[in-house]
Design a protein around this ligand. Structure first.
Ligand code: NAD
Ligand code: 0WE
Length: 258
């Protein structure tokens, strides 16, 4: 049975009710996990209010800001985790960002700053958060992150995000190797395209979704809750033998040749 009772899970990346992280948080909660939620703060405190209202029904015992580009915020976030929980079990990394300019036009036009920012937020942050979590992660714990097929195939306009996701997936393998001896597993979920805040800002996302609906074996896209179920599985003791992997939750799209 999938049972996360007694497990504490820190979930990053909820922006609104379409976020993949929101689907994951709901399924972890349903499986009995205690939640901690981090959010990306903005100047006006709007995100804080919106996300707080959204997650309230899940009774999170931690709710803290964490901009992964800011070491001070990461440190105070994990200080809070240490005070509230002491140890914990699950870290969910579900965030990415590249500048708009970087997600259109020629890949060779990627700027030095744009490359650095996309890789910093979307790839390095996993390693930085894993390092902060390492001394507090209990035996049997698990780290998961979200990736996309654009890491291993060329998807038009995904550009520098594809490079960032390739770095992210490689980081999963190095972290899995390092954390394995303390019985902590590290895996990625490669989700098919889903309409979220991030993907809706991308030109042509609807065409991509329609393409998946025609080609994927299941003839549809996946939902945030289906990704959440896969995340709950990977974080549970049912997946105790699985680490360093990329699990495709994409209605079967990845393995099709035509
Ligand atoms: P989303 O916009 O709901 O979530 C992205 C999150 O990243 C937001 O909560 C945002 O606040 C956060 N973020 C951005 N910069 C940050 C920073 N500096 N510090 C902290 N947080 C920051 O969109 P989503 O589609 O749910 O994306 C979540 C993850 O899923 C991403 O890693 C994305 O690459 C991945 N993914 C998305 C799809 C898709 O089609 N939507 C498919 C596969 C993988
Ligand atoms: O990982 C993602 C989303 C990544 C993303 C999206 C944006 C849009 C708004 C990162 N940064 C930004 N920055 C913005 O300013 N996905 C897997 C969804 C996605 O994004 C694409 C896709 C798909 C699918 C971008 C181009 C092509 C396809």
């Amino acid at each position: 049975m999938l049972d996360l009772t007694g497990k504490k899970a820190l979930v990053t990346g909820i922006a609104n009710n379409r976020s993949i992280a929101w689907g994951i948080a709901q399924q972890l909660h349903q499986a009995g996990a205690t939640l901690g939620i981090t959010y990306l703060p903005d100047d006006k405190g709007r995100t804080e209010k919106k996300v707080q209202e959204l997650v309230e029904p899940l009774n999170p015992s931690i709710f803290v800001p964490c901009n992964v580009q800011d070491d001070a915020q990461i440190d105070s976030c994990f200080q809070m985790v240490k005070e509230q929980w002491g140890e914990f079990d699950i870290l969910v990394h579900c965030l990415a960002f590249a500048g708009k300019d970087e997600l259109t036009g020629d890949f060779s036009g990627t700027s030095r700053e744009g490359f650095a920012r996309a890789l910093d937020i979307s790839a390095y942050s996993l390693t930085r958060l894993a390092a902060a979590a390492k001394p507090m992660l209990r035996s049997g714990g698990s780290i998961i992150t979200l990736t996309y097929l654009g890491s291993v195939r060329v998807v038009p306009n995904y550009n520098v995000m594809g490079v960032a996701k390739a770095a992210l997936e490689s980081s999963v393998r190095y972290l899995a190797s390092e954390f394995g001896p303390q019985a902590v597993r590290v895996n990625a979920i490669s989700a098919g395209p889903i309409r979220t805040l991030a993907s809706s800002a991308v030109g042509g996302i609807l065409d991509m979704i329609h393409h998946v609906e025609e080609v994927a074996p299941l003839r549809r896209t996946v939902t945030q809750l289906e990704v959440g179920n896969a995340a709950a599985f990977l974080c549970s003791d049912l997946a105790s033998g699985i680490t360093g992997q990329v699990l495709y939750v994409d209605a079967g799209y990845e393995m099709m040749g035509m």
